[in-house]
Design a protein around this ligand. Structure first.
Ligand code: GDP
Ligand code: MN
Length: 378
């Protein structure tokens, strides 16, 4: 789960990570009022994507009038598909140098990797391509915490920070606590800025949280922004279905996340494009099939639907009954290709047969068939 910069900043403050002063506003007039106490001000679009600066969503202003004018421009923008409906007004910091400081859950190194560079401000993915050696990394073991001496020598040998190391060490330790205690998967400060007065400040803040750990953190879950998910994804979540919108034309309903991923891979392999990932889970509730098909069918790009069930806990007869229920309740106007094997397969196939539906045994056959159906060839 992603959060807005202002939400991440609030969390930074509770962890004593120094930031410049800020206020959240929703229009240009409010921006002007919020900025009165400050000489130079930065107005920032709050959208759930990075690269706002390049898109014109971050602007400096030197008077209340200018703040209002620039906020009016920013509030009319659309950035990365998101309309701007909130802005952050900040007491602008003078910048001597821009650093980048990040922590990521790093499966390849089996730890949490600290990333640092003295070439901050720019897009870090871009830097990783053009000058990878400028990014310094230290992998931390989640059970061992951070040892101050190790961090000090890492800093000394990477970006130096002579005289500023105490500030950076404190911020890194606090950021690490924030990361662990809230089950983050990524935290980034870019730019992590040095001011002419010798202060190190987080001028931007980004946090991603591990969705699967959110049940432990209701206060983080409460930060969820509905615009992060499509309406279909939101509805699926309330119905206990795991659903992700994709941009193809083949609807998929599968039991089990791993099987659903493998199904998407096979569709891709055979030249098709899936419209969604959908895991109906392992439960034997026919209503789930109805809910799932309802959500899939609402997408008007759908040209055919593949149902791939490998029954373990899920019983094929329950799925078959669910499909018949769905046929009665929903207007299914696209070809339905069903692959059904596993627990109570015989019963399930018999139920479908009686209703005039065939089930395929082999997944490869089913995938080829659904792709042909989506192309309108049989
Ligand atoms: P992003 O483009 O979405 O990453 O948004 P940022 O918050 O990182 O802002 C983009 C750029 O604006 C930064 O890299 C800085 O160069 C600049 N910027 C952001 N905040 C301030 C500030 O308080 N003072 C100054 N002078 N520049 C800032
Ligand atoms: Mn940034």
């Amino acid at each position: 789960m992603k959060v807005h910069e202002y939400q991440a900043r609030d969390l930074f403050k509770t962890y004593n990570i120094p930031v410049n002063d800020y206020k959240l506003v929703s229009n240009a007039k409010e921006a002007r009022e919020a900025s009165m106490a400050w000489k130079q001000v930065v107005v920032k679009a709050q959208v759930l994507v990075g690269g706002r600066g390049k898109a014109g969503g971050v602007k400096l202003a030197n008077s209340p009038e200018e703040v209002e004018a620039k906020a009016a421009v920013i509030s009319g923008l659309e950035i990365g598909g998101y309309r701007v409906d909130k802005m952050l007004v900040c007491d602008s910091a003078s910048i001597e140098k821009e650093y980048y400081l990040g922590l990521i859950l790093d499966r390849s190194r089996q730890g949490i990797t600290l990333m640092l560079t003295d070439q901050g401000g720019v897009d870090i993915e871009e830097l990783a391509e053009i000058n990878p050696s400028a990014i310094h990394r230290l992998t931390l073991h989640p059970h061992k915490g951070i040892d101050g001496a190790t961090l000090d020598s890492f800093l000394a040998n990477s970006i130096s920070l002579e005289g500023l190391r105490r500030q950076a060490i404190s911020t890194i330790k606090n950021l690490y606590s924030l990361f662990l205690e809230n089950d983050a998967s990524l935290v980034e400060i870019n730019p992590y800025a040095l001011t002419p007065g010798g202060k190190m400040l987080a001028l931007d803040s980004k946090i991603n949280f591990d969705d699967n750990a959110l049940f432990k953190h209701p206060e983080i879950e409460a930060l969820r922004n509905p615009e992060e998910s499509s309406p279909d994804e939101l509805e699926a979540r309330t119905k206990g279905l795991s659903f992700v919108s994709l941009d193809g034309d083949i609807g998929c309903m599968v039991n089990g996340a791993g099987l659903a991923m493998a199904t998407l891979d096979l569709i891709e392999l055979h030249g098709g494009k899936a419209a969604n990932f959908l895991d109906v889970g392992g439960s034997s509730n026919p209503q789930k099939a109805v809910d799932a098909l309802g959500i899939i069918l609402r997408n008007n790009r759908i040209k055919a639907i593949l149902i791939n069930i490998f029954g373990g806990i899920t019983r094929c007869d329950d799925i078959a009954n669910g499909l018949l229920m769905a046929r009665k309740k929903l207007d299914i106007d696209v070809p339905l290709i069903i692959r059904l094997v596993g627990t109570n397969e015989k019963e399930g196939r018999a139920i479908l047969k009686e209703a005039g539906l065939d089930a395929i045994y082999d997944l490869d056959d089913a995938v080829r068939k659904v792709i042909r159906a989506a192309r309108g060839v049989s």
